[in-house]
Design a protein around this ligand. Structure first.
Ligand SMILES: N[C@@H](CCC(=O)N[C@@H](CS)C(=O)NCC(=O)O)C(=O)O
Length: 212
């Protein structure tokens, strides 16, 4: 059985669970010994980050590397298109998430435990996220009729954006195309199942962070 090193609140671990569920794979989750970034965990995963996958003797870190490995090892159902050009576009969308949208969201994480967040940071990151959402709405073309690797992180990131919007009263402008796209993604049972489990955990984690 596959082993995934994860923590419940990790966005990229949730993305990986969507892929695992969609492919009908079985896995068990383990917390990183000593916590992620710990010396103990770095003996297993040199970079100390999550998620990491252990498949027999093979250990892989980075959700996208894991996703592509699973796609090649378990190609059904297909989560990358057969067509070369389309496959390249799907990878482009994955990179957009991991290198453009999510890093702007992440810059808000430092504000979460604070009673008095820095309003300049909130304002700046609101503008950055709005800009990325706008760009995304120009990248996504059609409503997907199958779930692809590149789709899997977005519904989780959108949940974070929504949760931080209510926490910090952010002025996020959601392009209607993205709202429609996200509703479509939620119709895939692997996405829906993950969100049903993840969203309450996210809300409760945020409440606890804010109370401490
Ligand atoms: N691009 C990486 C990002 C993973 C990532 O940022 N993971 C977080 C948890 S959600 C983490 O491990 N942060 C601690 C660190 O990077 O040292 C991926 O897709 O796996």
């Amino acid at each position: 059985m596959l082993t995934v090193y994860s923590v419940p609140i990790s966005l990229y671990c949730a993305k990986l669970r969507i892929i695992l569920r969609h492919k009908g794979l079985e896995w068990r989750e383990e917390s990183p010994p000593g916590g992620y970034g710990s010396k103990e965990y770095k003996k297993i995963v040199a970079t100390g980050n999550l998620p990491a996958l252990l498949d027999g003797g093979l250990l892989i870190a980075d959700s996208e590397a894991i996703a592509e490995y699973l796609e090649e090892k378990h190609p059904k159902p297909n989560m990358l298109p057969i067509n070369l050009d389309e496959r390249a576009k799907v990878r482009e969308l994955s990179r957009f998430h991991d290198t453009r949208l999510e890093p702007e969201l992440r810059k808000l994480f430092s504000q979460i435990p604070l009673y008095k967040p820095d309003h300049n940071i909130l304002q700046k990151q609101t503008e950055e996220i709005n800009q990325r959402l706008d760009q995304l709405s120009n990248i996504i073309e059609i409503l997907p009729d199958s779930l692809l690797l590149a789709h899997c992180a977005f519904p989780i990131t959108f949940s974070w954006v929504e949760a931080l919007t209510s926490l910090f009263s952010l002025q996020i402008s959601w392009p209607s195309k993205i709202l429609t796209w996200n509703e479509k993604l939620k119709t895939f049972s692997a996405v829906d199942t993950e969100l049903m489990d993840y969203n309450p955990k996210l809300k409760s984690w945020l409440r606890n962070q804010h109370a401490t």
